[in-house]
Design a protein around this ligand. Sequence first.
Ligand SMILES: NC(=O)c1ccc[n+]([C@@H]2O[C@H](COP(=O)([O-])OP(=O)(O)OC[C@H]3O[C@@H](n4cnc5c(N)ncnc54)[C@H](O)[C@@H]3O)[C@@H](O)[C@H]2O)c1
Length: 265
Amino acid sequence: MPTTPFDLTAKVAIVTGAARGIGLAVATVLARAGAHVVLADITPAAFAETILEFEAEGLSVEFAALDVSDQQAVDRLVADVAARHGHLDVMVNNAAIIDDSTPLTVTEAELDRVHAVNFKGVVFGSQAAARVMIAARSGSIINVTSGVVDVAIPAVTGYSTSKAAAAQYSRALAMELAPLGVRVNTLAPGWTDTPMNERHVLRADGSIDPERKAAYVAMRAASAPLGIAGDPMDQAYAVLYLASDAARFVTGTVMRANGGVTMPW
Ligand SMILES: NC(=O)c1ccc[n+]([C@@H]2O[C@H](COP(=O)([O-])OP(=O)(O)OC[C@H]3O[C@@H](n4cnc5c(N)ncnc54)[C@H](O)[C@@H]3O)[C@@H](O)[C@H]2O)c1
């Protein structure tokens, strides 16, 4: 018997976009809590180092190449995991990409590119997981959105609109699935130190400028009421809560792990 509701022993989880950043932290925390975790990413080569670290810790994981914007591939992976393990308990739709477009300049191509991953990827992952979870009348779907759903940012327009769509979709899905025993929640991270944000501090040769990076992280920390910038593990522990039986009464919520940055004033 689990001694704590955060114990995920015997549970099976899929985490998309798990090769780095928040997805990697989420996969690590869920595996350390006892789950068998399937790490899925469009760049599986990035798993090479991670495999050794997971092995060294003795965690139960497997790795899959997956483009979340490919509905058939998502369906195949989820069905395969459920068939091999007999169940799927946790689905974390985390994979995303970002743009730097403004509302006035965003192009149709950019909208299509970003929405295909950030919005449709969430829909495809949620639907595939829901089919398995409804049959079991049990499961937790966690869709990673962003603090951008709470504020107006005159950049990243493809990203912010895709995240708003994913947030609204998740709320509606939570209503549809609640009577069927499946919980759906969103995680809305505030600024978190991951490779996604390093595009702002790159040198011309593509390497990271450590001084610019330190200044950027400090600026982000100063903008949050708690005075700190997010670490991927801050997001991962929030996902652990939503994934676990500790959150059995929680659905349709937005978990904001963001240092208080979107508190009303
Ligand atoms: N870092 C932040 O400040 C922040 C803030 C708010 C929300 N988020 C959200 O958190 C999640 C993780 O972000 P991150 O900062 O770790 O990003 P990241 O760019 O560091 O990692 C994203 C991962 O997703 C993978 N990926 C991209 N496209 C994919 C696809 N089509 N199919 C499968 N995998 C794909 C990438 O290969 C990468 O491993 C995203 O949903 C992001 O929008 C991040």
